[in-house]
Design a protein around this ligand. Structure first.
Ligand code: ADP
Ligand code: MG
Ligand code: MG
Length: 245
């Protein structure tokens, strides 16, 4: 069932009509890829979905209700977490502290550190991430930091996780790890929207693909039904033949 639905989204910047009538639907337990050439409007759409920018037209709904996020924090509280390329956690805190920031288990005298560390280890183990939860986050690789950010989103009960080019700074091993974790998020019923330029990743993990071109909506396609070459030609700007939706 759809969790996050955008219809007819419009966005203008001075001199640029960045989005014209864009539709998008992210379902529970779906991995949805967002593709398009540079400047197509992918990041702008994501920023509208997460309350970074207001929209100039169209409607958004989240879990069946009108959705008007006022900031990324507001979107996160409502169930949409964004994983940025630059990790937006606190590098001087430990992994466990970052995971439970603002939501640490407490006892009468304050934070229950032992319970917090145990819960952090349990959470990371569900993603097969065996890292030291007492280590300062800022001392770990970008990839590990990104995976911790994803674990934090799960910890905050995200219904949709949005990632803008999550693999762009990862090596091939780290990319495989991330794609494996995306599969586990899906199994938890979380909807994933991710921007990528890599068709092999799209075919490896996504259920559906939405293609944008110059700010316009080209179509949403079932990944399994779309031959590779056909998608490539869509990306290059030809008219779609058979939108699946
Ligand atoms: P993509 O992520 O697909 O590469 P963007 O959403 O970043 O595309 O950009 C879409 C269009 O909107 C581009 O023409 C870009 O220059 C323009 N744009 C994006 N953000 C801004 C902004 N904050 N101010 C002005 N123009 C912008
Ligand atoms: Mg770009
Ligand atoms: Mg972008």
């Amino acid at each position: 069932e759809p969790i996050l639905v955008a219809r007819g989204v419009e966005k203008r910047f001075p001199g640029v009509h960045a989005l014209r009538g864009v539709d998008l639907e992210v379902r529970a337990g779906e991995v949805h890829a967002l593709m398009g050439q540079n400047g197509a409007g992918k990041s702008t759409l994501i920023k509208i979905l997460t309350g970074v920018y207001p929209r100039d037209g169209g409607t958004l709904s989240f879990e069946g209700r009108d959705f008007r996020p006022t900031s990324p924090g507001d979107a996160q509280r409502k169930g949409i977490s964004t994983i940025y390329q630059e990790v937006n956690l606190i590098p001087t805190l430990t992994v466990a502290e970052n995971l439970f920031l603002g939501r640490a288990p407490r006892r009468w005298f304050g934070v229950d550190w032992r319970a917090m560390r145990r819960k952090a280890e349990e959470l990371l183990a569900t993603f097969d991430l065996r890292i030291n939860v007492d280590q300062q986050l800022g001392t770990m690789s970008t990839a590990v930091q990104q995976l911790v950010a994803i674990a934090r989103a799960v910890q905050t009960d995200a219904r949709v996780i949005i990632m803008d080019e999550p693999t762009s700074s990862l090596d091939s091993h780290e990319t495989e790890l991330l794609l494996g974790i995306i599969g586990r998020l899906k199994a938890r019923g979380i909807g994933i929207l991710f921007v990528t330029h890599f068709l092999d990743q799209v075919y490896q993990v996504s259920d559906r693909i939405t293609v944008l071109r110059n700010g316009t909506f080209v179509g949403t396609y079932e990944a399994s039904q779309l031959p590779r070459l056909e998608l490539v030609s869509h990306m290059l700007g030809k008219v779609p033949e058979e939108p699946a939706l």
